[in-house]
Structures are given as C-alpha cells and as structure tokens.
Design a protein around this ligand. Structure first.
Ligand SMILES: O=P(O)(O)OC[C@H]1O[C@](O)(CO)[C@@H](O)[C@@H]1O
Length: 437
C-alpha cells in the first residue's frame, strides 16, 4: 500500500484526556460499517458512478485526443472554471510542479494558468499579457451555468476576436460540460456556435467529486501526467471496500468514524496539515469537498488547511496551545534522504552541528514526525497519513479515500453529501443584484 493511515494517537486511551472518546469512536465505526454496506450497494447498482471511476477506461481515448489538441503548439494553457471544476485539476497538476513555490515558472511544457477566482484586474492583465496566438483554453463547468466561468469565456472570446483570431476560436478553446438533455446549457450555448468541441461532464458525478473523471484527467494529461496510474490508485482505494474488509481495515471508514467521534466530543474543526508543496492544492480541494458536502442542516465540521513545515511558524502555536476543539490529520511523504545534503562546516558555522551530513528531506521528515508527536503529547488527537512516494498512483488513492470518507461522513451525519442548496441561493441573489446595478 502506498498511502498508510494511522489513528493510534487519536484516542483518549492513547493520549489522555484530550483524545477522542474511545467508546464514541467504536460506536461511530459500527455505524460506518452500515454506511460501508450502503457504499457497496451503490457500487453494485452503479448509483454512485464515482465509485467505479478507478476501473473506468472507456472515456480515456477521448481525454487523450482532446488533451493532444489542447497541448498542440500551445505555449500557454488557460483553465476556466471554479470550485470543483478547477480545484481537483490543480491538485493533480501540482504533481507536475504547477504552483510549486519558486519552481512552477521553470516547468517544462506549456505554462498553466488556472483562473478559478474571478478578479477583474487579474483577468484583464492576463488577457493582455498572454500570447493569444499560442494560447489554448479549456472551460469546465458541470452545470454550464456558473456565472464566473461564463464571464471568463465571454472575456476570452472578446480578446481572441480583438486579436484577429475570431475565426479560429474552435481550434483554441475546448470545453467540458454536461450534455444539454432537456435544460439549456449556457456554456455550450455560448461556445458551440464558435465550433468549440466539448467532452461530456459525467452527469452522475458532482463537481467536487469529479477529480477522477475527464474534468481532472484532461488537464492532468495535458500536463504530462500518467492518467492510467491516477485511475489505478483510485481502484486501489476501493479494493478493501470491495473485498468486504472489516470497517476497522477500511481507511475511509476509519477516517469518517474518527471525524464524527471527534465532532461528538466538541471538536468541530478538522485540520489537515500536509508536509509537501505538491499537496497544497490537494488540501484546497479537500476543503471544498468537506465544506460543501457536509456543511448543511446546521451540521458539519470546519476544515482548516495547513502546509508543513511553513505553517509551524504561523498556526502551530494555536494548534498546540489554543482550544481543544480540533482533530488533526498530519500528512507526510517519505522524503528522508532527498534534497540538498548539508555541509558539515557550514552547519557548524550556522550553529547547527546536528545538520551536518543530513539532507533537507531528513529535516522535513523529522519535522512532520515531531509535529504529530507534539500534538499527541499535548492532548491533541492526531491521525497520520504517510505517502511512501507522492506520485499519480498514490495521489489517486488519496483523493478516492477522501471522497469516500466524505461520503461515509455524510451518511453518519445524516446529510445529503451531494447537494449545495445554500450556495445556489447566493448565486440567484448575485444575479438579482447585478441586474439592479
Ligand atoms: O462546475 P460548475 O457547475 O460550474 O460549478 C462550479 C462549482 O460551483 C458550485 O456549484 C458551488 O457554487 C460547486 O459545487 C461547483 O464545484
């Protein structure tokens, strides 16, 4: 197994008073067993298509075909879309150094731009700076009706026309959205008249669960990643579930039971601290997944993301010394032995003789371990998740595990993990205000 979860230091029986109540966990794990049966049934009758994504291959030729067109001759790839139509893609392509501090600019292949936030200044400046002749765009929206994405597309079309490229928009822009099927799809209505080709967004998979569909895999392929390995990782996450393993041996069942037992004891904040630059976007993806899936009917817990080691210098004081209202998930990667080796003389000169002969990876590995241990010693419940190697397979497994953990948590909380009624209300109001302005 390339991703290993450990919850030994989450419980009162192991870390003392601040730990999650063992009996509450046991009760939630039993309920998670029933939720797992529900997941297995949903797999069998294919009512939750995400569960079969790991073994799905029939959509991959179309992903590769459009991915090749997207990349061909492009110096720049601009991804238009927001929320679940962007965050999962970013999580995957960060494996290929996208948005890795200091490194992202040196990536080989086309420059990647994700316009997931709508900011008038950013959009205007970017459209003037992009070499439009050699820039390709991918607009993704499940509903096809998200205002931000539509506005971005309108602005892009206008910029292409102004640059004299209006006749070839169909070769420069691509789309992913649901088929029309009865209701109007505004994104298709806007782009198809220009000859823009679309891949179909899976109708049975919501945006925040779409990372393993063509939504995530098309950008991943365009960024040069092994998309078969991503799917294989997702299949590996399903294996213990399909093998009928005991809930205690199914990582997402254990994770969901722990999260809910922690909430039962008043720990309403769930912190994920990942010790890897290449998991920073994954962490942002998880925040949407957890928030939008579970925050309803007055229920849910609040996800907080942290990056290690940098956030040791901003958040850790609160986590160790603040209120005992959090559950911690510390995510580490096997980086011991990696990175620059520290010179003996310079280490001594810096007053850190212990650094001598060690690698930067040795230090980061020690820091991740120390953070988990210190949290536990201070009575803060900790689960650890360790990647032997951070690659397409292990990330696919991690993403699938967290989607299933969220689905099971939804069952345990008694909420519908797949809708987002409150957000829809705000969207309607924003359109009303725009009309009045
Ligand atoms: O893919 P779409 O339909 O454009 O939606 C984008 C995002 O907006 C939301 O619907 C919330 O407003 C998310 O659930 C979704 O991921």
């Amino acid at each position: 197994m390339s991703v290993t979860q450990n919850v030994d230091r989450a419980f009162a029986s192991s870390i003392g008073e601040g730990g999650v109540d063992d009996a509450a966990y046991k009760a939630q794990l039993e309920r998670a067993g029933a939720a797992l049966d529900w997941v297995r049934a949903a797999y069998r009758d294919n009512s939750l298509p995400i569960l079969r994504m790991g073994e799905t291959t029939d959509d991959l030729p179309a992903v590769r075909e459009m991915g090749a067109k997207l990349r061909a001759g492009a110096t720049d790839l601009v991804f238009l879309g927001t929320g679940g139509s962007s965050l999962g893609c970013q999580a995957l392509v960060q494996l290929a150094d996208y948005a890795v501090p200091g490194l992202g600019l040196f990536r080989s292949g086309p420059r990647l731009h994700f316009l997931d936030n709508l900011d008038p200044i950013t959009l205007e400046v970017l459209l003037t700076k992009l070499p439009l002749e050699t820039t390709h765009f991918l607009a993704t929206s499940k509903s096809g009706g998200t205002g931000e994405t539509l506005l971005q597309c309108i602005a892009v079309i206008a910029a292409l026309k102004a640059a004299g490229l209006g006749d070839s928009i169909g070769q420069r822009m691509f789309g992913i959205s649901e088929p029309e099927a009865g209701k109007r799809n505004a994104l298709r209505g806007l782009l198809e008249p220009f000859g823009v080709q679309f891949l179909e967004h899976h109708t049975g998979v919501g945006g925040r669960f779409s990372v393993l569909t063509n939504v995530g895999l098309l950008p991943a392929f365009a960024a040069g990643l092994d998309i078969d390995a991503i799917r294989a990782g997702a299949a590996a996450a399903m294996k213990p579930i399909l093998d009928g393993a005991d809930p205690a041996d199914v990582p997402p069942a254990v994770g969901a039971a722990l999260q809910m037992a922690a909430a039962d004891g008043g720990r309403n904040i769930t912190v994920m601290m990942a010790y890897a630059d290449r998991l920073e976007r994954t962490n942002a993806w998880w925040v949407q997944l957890w928030s939008e899936s579970l925050g309803k009917d007055g229920k849910g817990t609040t996800p907080l993301r942290a990056l290690g080691p940098v956030d040791q210098h901003s958040q850790l004081q609160l986590h160790l010394g603040g209120p005992k209202d959090k559950l911690f998930t510390v995510v580490t990667v096997d980086v011991a032995g990696f990175g620059p080796k520290l010179d003996k003389e310079l280490s001594e000169l810096a007053g850190e003789p212990l650094f001598a002969g060690k690698t930067v990876g040795d230090l980061v590995a020690a820091q991740g371990r120390a953070t988990a241990d210190t949290l536990a010693k201070n009575g803060r419940p900790v689960r650890t998740i360790h990647f032997d190697e951070l690659d397409e397979h292990s990330l696919g497994e991690f993403l699938m595990n967290f989607m299933i953990e969220t689905i099971i948590a939804g069952q345990l909380l008694g909420v519908d993990a797949f809708d987002q009624p409150a957000v829809e209300e705000g969207k309607i109001l924003a359109k009303k205000y725009l009309a009045e302005s």
